[in-house]
Structures are given as C-alpha cells and as structure tokens.
Design a protein around this ligand. Structure first.
Ligand code: TYM
Length: 336
C-alpha cells in the first residue's frame, strides 16, 4: 500500500519561533517516515502583507535551511519553494472562481490581520486561504500537520473540495482529494511569553514575546527571565486562571522531552525563581543542535540550491498532474 501524503508549509517572514517549531515542524519530523511528505516554503503567502524584497529572498533560504536543520529527511520528504512551482498560482485562480467571497470574509486570521493593515488590506490577504487550499490540493494530500491557528483554513479547503467535486466531478471520480488537518494536542497553541492568553506570533511587535529558533543562549535566558508569570507559588498545568503557568510548563515538557507526570512532580512545589533556570537550560539544549546544523547548511549555498531545484522537479510532477485534472474538469482543453 502506498504511503499517505502529507503537505505543510511555513511563511518566510522572519525567523521561526517556538510556536512554529513545536506546533508544526517538530511534528513533521517525528512522523515523516510514516508518510510521503511535501514541505513547502510558502513565499507567495509572504507578500500578502507589505514586504521587503531583499528580506524575502534571504528568509526563503533561511526557512528551507531550518527545515533541514530541524531534521527533515530527504529520504522521506521533498522540500521546495512555493513560487518555484507555478501550478500554485494557477490553481489559485481556478479555485478563486469557485469560492464564494463570504467564505473568505469570515476567516478569523483575515479579520485579525486586516485590522492591523487599516486602509492597506490587499486582495491577496483576503485570498490567502485559497492559495493555501491550492498548496494542499495540488499534492492529493491526505494530511496537513499544522498548529491550531490554521484549522479554519483547512476546513475552508475541505469546503472548496466538496464544492468543486459536486459541481464538476463524477461520483466515482472526484476531481480533488479531501484532506484532513493533523493537529497534535501538545504544542498546537504555544502562547506569547508576555501574555499567556495570546498566541506566540511572528507579527507581534514585542520581540520579548517569542523565542526564535536561532536566538542566542543569552537572548533565550533574557527572554525567559523577563517573561510574564503570576504571584502564586507551586506550578500547575491546566488552570485557566494561570495561562502563563500552563504555557511555560508545556514549553518545558516539550523541550525537555519529559512527560506531563514527570513535569508535574518536578515543578509542583517550585517557585518561578527555581523554575526559570530549568526552562532556560532545556530551551538552550533543545535548540543547540538545530542551530549548529543550520550554520553548516547556510555555509553551503550550492547544497541548498540543489535541494530546492530537485524539490521543485519532484513537486512539479504531482502539481502539474493535479492542475491538468482540474483544468480538464472545468472544461479547458490544451492542444498538444
Ligand atoms: P505560519 O507561517 O503562520 O506558521 C507555520 C506553522 O506554525 C504554526 N504556528 C503555531 N503553532 C503553535 N503555536 C503557535 N503560536 C503557532 N504559530 C504558528 C502554524 O499553525 C503553522 O502550522 N498559512 C500558513 C502557511 C501555509 C500552509 C499551507 C500550511 C501556506 N500553505 C499549506 C499548511 C498547508 C501560515 O501562515 O503558517
């Protein structure tokens, strides 16, 4: 039996933070041998908000190198850049013409980001989830491993599939395959270090709110030292009145590799002054091998370019086939 297909991606907007790592990439790595995987650097999504071209080019390579440094294995996985495979943009147009406008206006992330953009909201920002649907659907994807914040976009993708199959497919021969989200409970919602009720985010102007994968040990220590806590002694999971406490213990659990029972036993009588050095140490240790590998990969640009070229070739095989299937279902015929 052939393996199920997985596709996921990260936007090249700045460095990755612990939310991206623990909510997404770490899970890609852990389960990659079970699946046939496509991991994409979604650079077309990165221009849905104002961007700097020089930074976009640099960040695209950074993210590809971080995929490798975090442990993506090319035996099981294909790494590629979204804009290198033109089928993504082309399928987006076809899906645009099938997706009702009000489905997009309902998207939580659009509403949140639109508020920040004021008068400057681009059509691309509204259309962002349709491009994401195209990313997923071009690979006949079964599973999409993401953090909790992307769930609504995958539900939208599923609605688009139902609509296109109803309108243009035959019962025995759907045009597009129905994907499912794959969201692990632990790490699915890593919260800000300065406010445990807000998710950790690249777009938060406060740098102290997130730990980035490439942060130095000193920066990590400083951020944890200053992070928001509460006045209570004794640390506990799952108390809704102590969101920071739950978040920091969860980070410790994920980064130290300990179980919930072990962390509970270790931390239930600790004060913040005793716990913070433990979390600092676990974070530095977990990120150290990734940072070392990242430096090696970035030092060999040719290697990275070869991987992305081969990734594009492999991705195009699937993407072009699915695109041709959709075009044919919609009535396009291409003379040979
Ligand atoms: P992006 O770049 O915002 O985030 C990349 C991944 O990181 C997860 N994530 C988090 N997980 C837990 N806690 C957090 N605080 C946190 N912040 C981010 C996200 O859920 C995501 O899995 N639209 C997507 C990129 C995308 C994509 C796709 C994903 C484009 N096409 C196709 C999957 C499939 C995005 O902006 O992710």
């Amino acid at each position: 039996m052939s393996k199920k297909r997985v596709l996921s991606g990260v936007q090249p907007t700045g460095n990755l933070h612990l939310g991206n790592y623990l909510g997404a990439i770490r899970n890609w790595v852990t389960s990659q041998s079970e699946y046939e995987n496509y991991f994409c650097v979604v650079d077309l999504h990165a221009i849905t908000v104002p961007h700097d071209p020089t930074k976009l080019a640099k960040d695209t390579y950074t993210i590809a190198a971080l995929y490798l440094a975090c442990g993506i294995d090319l035996q099981d996985s294909t790494i590629f850049v979204q804009s290198h495979v033109s089928a993504h943009a082309e399928l987006t147009w076809l899906l645009n013409c099938i997706t009702p406008l009000n489905w997009l206006e309902r998207m939580i992330q659009f509403k949140e980001k639109a508020v920040k953009q004021g008068e400057n909201v681009s059509v691309g920002l509204l259309d962002y989830p349709v491009l994401m649907a195209a990313d997923i659907l071009l690979y006949d994807t079964d599973l999409v491993p993401v953090g909790e914040d992307q769930k609504q976009h995958i539900e939208l993708t599923r609605d688009i599939v139902i609509r296109i199959n109803d309108q243009f497919g035959q019962k025995q021969k759907p045009v597009l395959k129905q994907p499912k989200p794959l969201i692990r409970e632990e790490g699915a919602r890593v919260m800000s270090l300065t406010d445990g009720t807000k998710k950790m985010s690249k777009s938060d102007p406060a740098e102290m709110s997130r730990i980035e994968i490439l942060d130095s040990p000193e920066a990590i220590a400083r951020k944890i030292k200053r992070c928001k806590t509460d006045p209570q002694k004794g640390l506990e999971f799952d108390n809704p009145e102590r969101p920071e406490c739950h978040n920091l213990l969860s980070l410790y659990l994920l980064l130290s590799g300990k179980t919930k029972e072990e962390v509970t036993a270790e931390c239930q009588d600790l004060g913040w002054g005793q716990f913070k050095p433990l979390l600092t140490e676990a974070t530095i240790e977990a990120l150290k091998p990734i940072q070392e590998r990242y430096q090696e990969i970035m030092g060999d640009r040719d290697y990275l370019e070869t991987i992305l070229r081969e990734g594009r070739e492999k991705a195009e095989l699937s993407a072009n086939e699915v695109l041709a299937r959709v075009k044919s279902a919609l009535g396009y015929s291409t003379p040979l």
